[in-house]
Ligand binder design. Structure first.
Ligand code: BDR
Ligand code: CA
Length: 323
């Protein structure tokens, strides 16, 4: 199937570990007229990279978008081996143990790294990259072609924790913790990065009433998203005391597309702890400018989103209900 370009829309490559909230990010992007999803690469995180690709293809097919190329990316992080995803959060198959209708589609033959590099040439200067899983593919792409940043408009990353506690250790967030070496390489590369950390993604939640609205949408994809969210909302009862969920990956997607905007997003130096100590995976964001209104730090290429201008959930629901 050939990909038909959306005229006037920004080309976007999504790198993900699909994943319940990755599914929401994917769906949001498909429903966003501002952007044209030109390719998806998968990486191990919530689930193995191959299963993530199957999930992605199944979701794309339900949305009638089997034309979007999906490439399997890195199975293992740069240092070490993938130990399996958190089945109690994303299910044994990554999509909440829901059996999505199989698309019958196959990933493209090229790797996620090759897909990203090819798209960066085809859309040089325009391509927007959104990464909502471990950063292995991006780091490998940088290794393979260090000139990549010169062809990418910007990079939006769901990951890290600035002032918020971590979610897999006291200081580390899962996407960064799953491949700190990759995150260190990506965050020190010569491109503009918007980091969307737990500080903002734990703030806006999707409620059980929203999930019910998805179930009852009467459209092709939204009811399946409602099914996929069931286990995830159950997991978050321990965190929030009720059935609802954080919106990590769709918030990164919405910030990339401009559906919500950063309200407080200091441009500061960010260092990733890739030591073997208790700080491994921490994103050390230099927020010492707090009391001076966060002046831009000379040479810093990373904006760390600490507040957004509007809640995501209503906007997200509006778009998801169209699919
Ligand atoms: C991030 O980790 C993954 O489990 C989610 O999909 C999200 O990208 C949140 O820490
Ligand atoms: Ca993810």
């Amino acid at each position: 199937m050939t990909h038909a370009r959306r005229t006037g829309a920004t080309p976007l490559y999504l790198d993900c570990d699909t994943g319940v909230d990755d599914s929401l990010a994917l769906a949001y992007l498909l429903a966003s007229p501002e952007t044209d999803l030109v390719g998806v690469g998968t990486v191990s995180g919530n689930i193995g990279a191959r299963q993530g690709a199957t999930n992605t293809l199944d979701l794309l097919a339900l949305a009638g978008r089997g034309d979007v190329p999906v490439a399997v990316g890195a199975h293992d992080p740069l240092a070490g081996t993938f130990g399996g995803g958190p089945a109690h959060i994303h299910g044994h198959n990554g999509v909440g143990d829901v059996a999505l209708p199989p698309s019958g589609l196959e990933p493209v033959a090229e790797s996620a790294v090759d897909l990203l590099l090819r798209l960066s040439h085809e859309h040089a200067g325009e391509l927007r990259v959104v990464a909502v899983g471990p950063l292995t593919n991006l780091a490998m792409a940088l290794r393979q072609d260090p000139t990549l940043p010169g062809r990418v408009a910007d990079v939006t990353i769901m990951g890290g924790a600035a002032l918020h506690p971590g979610n897999v250790s006291p200081v580390a967030e899962a996407n960064i913790a799953n491949d700190p070496e990759a995150a260190a390489a990506v965050l020190s590369a010569d491109w503009d990065v918007t980091l969307v950390p737990l500080d903002v993604t734990m703030r806006d939640v999707l409620e059980e009433t929203d999930r019910k609205a998805l179930l009852e949408a009467g459209t092709a994809l939204a009811p399946w998203l409602g099914e996929v969210l069931d286990l995830y909302l159950g997991f978050y009862v321990e965190t929030f005391g009720r059935r609802c969920c954080a919106l990590h990956d769709p918030l990164a997607a919405a910030l990339a597309v401009g559906g919500v905007r950063p309200a407080v997003a200091p441009r500061v130096h960010v260092t990733v702890d890739d030591s073997r100590g208790p700080g491994r995976g921490q994103t050390i964001c230099d927020l010492r400018g707090l009391h001076a209104g966060y002046p831009d730090q000379p040479g810093a290429r990373c904006r760390v989103v600490l507040e957004t201008d509007a809640p995501l959930a209503p906007h997200l629901m509006e778009r998801l209900l169209t699919l």
